[in-house]
Structure formats: C-alpha cells, structure tokens
Design a protein around this ligand. Sequence first.
Ligand code: SAM
Ligand code: SF4
Length: 369
Amino acid sequence: MTVMLGVPEVRAAHRAVPGGSASSGASSRPAVPGLLDTFGRTATDLRISLTDRCNLRCTYCMPAEGLPFQPPSTLMQRDEIVRLARLATEALGVRQVRFTGGEPLLRKDLVEIIRDVAALDARPEISLTTNAIGLSGRATALAEAGLDRVNVSLDTICPETFAIITRRPFLERVLKGIDALGLAGIRHTKINAVLLPGINDTHGPDLLEWALAGGHQLRFIEQMALDADHVWDRAAMITAEQIRERLSERFELTPDAAPRDGAPAELYRVKRRGASVDDPELGTVGIIASVTEAFCDDCRRTRLTAEGGVRSCLFSHTETDLLGPMRAGAGDDEIADLWRQAMWAKPAGHEMNLIGFQQPDRPMSAIGG
Ligand code: SAM
Ligand code: SF4
C-alpha cells in the first residue's frame, strides 16, 4: 500500500482518449500519428541525450567518481540521432528538440547534429541544456548551425560554492560561456539552478540579481531523486514555497498571468521589494516545482537516452530500445510505432511524494535532463 507523506499528490488527471481506453495494451491504442498516452497527453517536446559523460560532478546528479559510462559503440551516432529527430518531427508530431546529457558540449559533432536537425523538413525549435563549459569557443558555430535557445545550469555565482557543488573550480568558464551566447546572437538564455540545503540555499536572491542584470530568466528547479549517490531526502530538500519566501525578502513576486502551456516553470514577474508602482519590473523568474507542485498531468515530454532508449518519464523504470531495431534494419514505420507504444504506456506521474517511491537506477546524467 502507498502512503502519503502529507504533501500534494501528483495530479494525475485521467482524460478521455478519443477512440481508446485507459489500458496500456497495444490493441487499445488509437491509430493516431502522435505520441499519445492513456491519460490523454500528447508529447511534442523531445529531449535527446547525446552522452552520459560530463566534465562536472554536481553532487545532486553524479557521484564524485566511479560511475561507469556507456561504451562509445552503444551511443547513437550522428546519422541515428538525425533519423530519430526526423521521425519524431515528421511522423510523430514533435515540435521542439532539446539536446542534453550528460554534457552535450562534450560531443565533438554537436554543431553538425544541430545543422542536420535544423535542415529537416519539419524543422523543430532546437535548444540545448548545458553547463556552458567550453561554450565560449563554440557559441557562434552553434548559432550558425541553427541553435535557437540555450539553458545554462548555474547554481551560484560564488566561486567557492560553485566548486563545492560541481566538485570542479570552473565558474569563470561558465560565465564566459554565457557571455558568448549573447555575442553569438542567441538571446533569451535561461539559467537553471538547484538549491541545496546548507550549501547554496541562501544564494537565491544574489543569483536572481545577477540573472536579471544580464537579461537572463532564472529558473529554480526543486531537487529531484535522481542523484547517483541516492542520498536525496524529501524532508530536507528546498521546496518551491521556501524559494518564494527567500526571494520575497528582496523582491516582490507576482504570478505571471500568461498560460503556462505545458511549461515546467511557474513564472513570476519580479519587482524590487519596496519599489513604487511606477518603477519598472526587473524581469521574470521561474520555479520548477517538480516535487511539491508536480505538473505531470500536463507533461508533454518524451526522452531518448544517449543509447537510443525511449523513456516516457524521467522516473521510468523501463526503456524501449530504438537503436537496436534501427541497427538491425527496422524501417521508419516500425521505429515510429515502437516509440508510440512506449509513450502509450507513460505513467500518470512520478511518485516522489509517496512512501514506497523507487528512485530509478540511472542518475540524471545518464537519463538526460
Ligand atoms: N550537463 C548539462 C547541464 O547541467 O545543464 C545538461 C544535463 S543536466 C542532467 C540537465 C539539468 O538537470 C540541469 O539543469 C541540472 O541542474 C538538472 N539536474 C540534474 N540533477 C538534478 C536533480 N537531482 N534534481 C533536479 N535537477 C537536476
Ligand atoms: Fe554534469 Fe549537468 Fe549532471 Fe552537473 S547536472 S553533473 S553538469 S550532467
């Protein structure tokens, strides 16, 4: 039996599926082209992990050492990635493709992959989630290849704390990478930050100050149970509520009225605390409350691991291999159908708020965030 911990349950809205029933069996799946699931959600946002390797070791994601990496021969090659992106956009209704990892900038062929995906007939919006290390030398080439938007992960602007969280002293390189994006003409860069108790949980206002000054949208992500060390603690994590409280000491946050439209972040318009009504807003800040205010009922994401496995949810315990069948000669229709079937079985939501929740074996770096 599952027991609630006294926090909001995942809102799993069962919606009517046209022509289908709420069973996960292949036979009851309606013959629609898109990536529909039994709860009536359709995935249009694809996250492709390009590698499980990384040059940082963020404590909430990777272990200090000892994580075995996938052998290179098991990773999707450029043509395989592009074929799956083509199928996703042309046959399955995907409109946005985000490259992630591990650290996607570690892929030497990243520029070429982006160029190929940008040349697809049903060109998706193309974005990248990165730690920005090494970005300064590649931002222009990536922009020219067709990269539309970038999210950079940065949890603090204090060099010492950065080195504690990432276990590497590379803050300057990250800041250089962010600056290079603007120079390359890539605008609207978002900054992703995870706050950790006793480490950077008091850094939120300074980080927001820095992001607003640079014209970036900062988004705080609640820490999820996806760390390789399996030490995530539901009771100790910094919640969206605590983040709002701490930011409110320096800023006034007003919920943004624009429809969220499946976006993970709840947006707030930001003014300095005590500013007059005539003072302009400073920008917006986002809070991604994946744990305490879960948004699974409007999830539009489908994921491919670097080895070409479909994960219908970050917290899936199963994957559907597409790379094996592709390498064995499967045709486009067969691959597309395997993908549809994998998404049809998407669970209602993660169960991080329930006793009995089982953390996936793979850490975030090996899934693709
Ligand atoms: N290496 C790149 C980066 O850090 O941006 C891309 C991959 S990383 C896994 C993608 C995102 O996942 C980052 O924004 C990171 O902060 C976030 N992330 C990693 N582990 C997390 C966790 N346990 N809880 C919440 N977010 C996490
Ligand atoms: Fe690497 Fe990104 Fe994970 Fe940090 S969050 S260890 S940068 S994959």
